[in-house]
Design a protein around this ligand. Structure first.
Ligand code: MN
Length: 286
C-alpha cells in the first residue's frame, strides 16, 4: 500500500495528543493485495481508523470484532496492552483512509484496553459537510470519551467553498488534506500535506481553492505537555518502558499483558530489533 506519514515529522512530534498520522491510498486492492496485518500489540496509546473508502475487519484481544467503514469512528485504547488484527474485506476494491494515534497522558497510559464505535451525524453548512468523530466543532459534539481534550473531524468542502469555524483558542490544530487544495492558516495545502496552526486562534477559515470537492481531516488539542518515547507500536516515557513492552510481547506473543486475538488465521508479528542507541523522548518543544 502507498502510505504517507505526515506525523510525526522532524519538526513536529505532536498536535495536541495526536502523535501519528498516516494517510494511505486510494489503492486498488486488485493491485496491492489490500491490508492484512497479523496480531500486533499497542501500549500507551489509542488508535483511530478512519476510512474514506473500503472496509476493514478488526479483531482485538478484548474480543471485539468490528467492521471499520467510511464515516465511522473506531477508537481502540491500548492502555497497558492490547493486540489486534486489521484485514481489508473481500468486498473492498479501493482502500483509502487515515490511521491516527493518540498519546495517552501519563495518568492514564496504563488504563484497561477498550474499543468504541461511533457514527457521527454529518453537519451540513453552506458549502461544507463535517463529521466530528472526536471533540466538538460546528455545533456538534462527539460523545466518545478521550483522556485529553481532542478534536478530530472530516471536512468536505465544495469547489471554491469557504467555511469559518469557531474553535477552542487553547488548541493547536493540524489539517491533513486528502483531495483538493485547501487554504488553512494562510497556507495552501495539497493532498497528503499536513498544515499546522499554533494555539491562539478563535476561529479557523478553510477555503477549497480547487474545482473539485476537497476532503481533509482536522485534528486539534491543547499542546501535550509530556515527552513521549514512541517506537514500533508502543508509546512509553522512557527507553526502559519500550524495552519492557517489547520483552512482554516477544515472551508471550499474546498473553496477560496484550491478550490473544481470536479468529485470525496467522501467527502474531514479532517486534523488530531495538536500535543500539537509547530511544530519545520527544515532545512539543523539539
Ligand atoms: Mn495497530
Amino acid at each position: 500500500m502507498t502510505v504517507r506519514r505526515t506525523l510525526p515529522q522532524r519538526t513536529r512530534s505532536l498536535i495536541g495528543a495526536w502523535c501519528f498520522a498516516d494517510h494511505y491510498g486510494p489503492d486498488d486492492v486488485a493491485d496491492t493485495g489490500g491490508m492484512d496485518v497479523a496480531p500486533h500489540p499497542h501500549t500507551g496509546l489509542q488508535t483511530v481508523s478512519w476510512l474514506f473508502s473500503g472496509e476493514i475487519e478488526h479483531r482485538d484481544s478484548l474480543g471485539s470484532h468490528a467492521f471499520v467503514r467510511p464515516g465511522e469512528l473506531n477508537l481502540m485504547t491500548g492502555g497497558h496492552g492490547i493486540s489486534h488484527t486489521e484485514v481489508s474485506t473481500p468486498d473492498t476494491t479501493v482502500l483509502h483512509g487515515v490511521q491516527l494515534w493518540v498519546a495517552l497522558p501519563d495518568a492514564h497510559r496504563a488504563t484497561g484496553r477498550d474499543f468504541q464505535h461511533h457514527v457521527p451525524e454529518p453537519v451540513r453548512l453552506d458549502g461544507a459537510e463535517i463529521r466530528v468523530f472526536l471533540g466538538a466543532l460546528a455545533g456538534t459534539t462527539s460523545p466518545v470519551r478521550t483522556f485529553t481534550p481532542l478534536l478530530g473531524a472530516e471536512l468536505l468542502l465544495g469547489p471554491g467553498a469557504t467555511v469559518t469555524l469557531p474553535v477552542d483558542p487553547a488548541f493547536e490544530h493540524g489539517l491533513l488534506v486528502d483531495t483538493g487544495a485547501v487554504r488553512f492558516a494562510d497556507t495552501s495545502l495539497r493532498p497528503a500535506e499536513l498544515g499546522y496552526l499554533e494555539p491562539g486562534a478563535a476561529r479557523l477559515t478553510l477555503t477549497n481553492e480547487s474545482d473539485d470537492t476537497a476532503r481533509a481531516v482536522l485534528l486539534g488539542g491543547p499542546p501535550f505537555e509530556e515527552e513521549i518515547v514512541m517506537w514500533w507500536n508502543f508509546i512509553g516515557r522512557t527507553h526502559q518502558d519500550i524495552v519492557r513492552a517489547r520483552e512482554d510481547w516477544m515472551a508471550e506473543l499474546g498473553g496477560p499483558r496484550f491478550g490473544e486475538v481470536q479468529g485470525y488465521d496467522g501467527a502474531p508479528l514479532p517486534a523488530p530489533e531495538l536500535p543500539n542507541a537509547p530511544l530519545k523522548p520527544r515532545g512539543n518543544r523539539h
